[in-house]
Each structure stands twice: as structure tokens, then as C-alpha cells.
Unconditional design. Structure first.
Length: 108
């Protein structure tokens, strides 16, 4: 399972869109500032949107599509699912952060 996600610096702040095969680890990396880059420079660490895909290709294409969107479209997408811009990663036990892999190790 693959995830497309959007991070924000604060409600209605700077946005970053990404794709990963391991959402939990990737969001933790962003929060820790593990890698130099956009999210570390602009403090973009609040996980405000995520969606899951069965195939890498569909997740990758969705990420590219969202990255081309106007800012107000991204905000509408976030607010449709998360109107208060809560940090979805605040509760790591949320079932959507631990998708059912059917007893197998998730792809990397």
C-alpha cells in the first residue's frame, strides 16, 4: 500500500505534497528534520492529509497531479477531510497509519 500525503507548516501555511510506501516512517523523518530540503527549511511537519493506493503508479500519478494543483484546490482537499488542520500523525495508533498488510512486510 502506498500513501500520498500533504504536510503543512501550520493551518493554511506552507504545503508539501509527497508519496511513500511507509507513511509512518516518512512523516517521522519530516518531523525530525532527518533530511535537508524544503520541509526542513520551511518547518513543514504537520500531517494534514493522506490517501492510500494499492499501486505505486497510481500513488505517484496522484502526487504529481496534486502538486500541479492551485493552492486553493489543495486547501479544499485538506479541509474536506480535516477541517481543523489537525496533525493526523499526533495519534500514531490511528488505523489509517497502520494499514493491514495481511501479515507481510510492507513494500519499501
Amino acid at each position: 500500500m502506498f500513501a500520498v500525503y500533504i504536510l503543512a507548516s501550520k493551518p493554511n501555511g506552507t504545503l508539501y505534497t509527497g508519496v511513500t510506501s511507509d507513511l509512518l516512517t516518512r512523516v517521522r523523518q519530516h518531523k525530525a528534520g532527518t533530511f535537508d530540503g524544503f520541509t526542513k527549511t520551511y518547518g513543514v511537519t504537520r500531517s494534514v492529509y493522506r490517501e492510500f493506493h494499492d499501486y505505486w503508479e497510481s500513488a505517484f500519478m496522484r502526487e504529481k497531479r496534486i502538486k500541479r494543483w492551485l493552492r486553493n484546490w489543495k486547501i479544499a482537499l485538506i479541509e474536506a477531510d480535516n477541517p481543523h488542520w489537525e496533525d493526523l500523525a499526533a495519534s500514531w495508533d490511528h488505523p489509517e497509519f497502520r494499514p493491514d498488510w495481511g501479515g507481510i512486510t510492507p513494500p519499501r
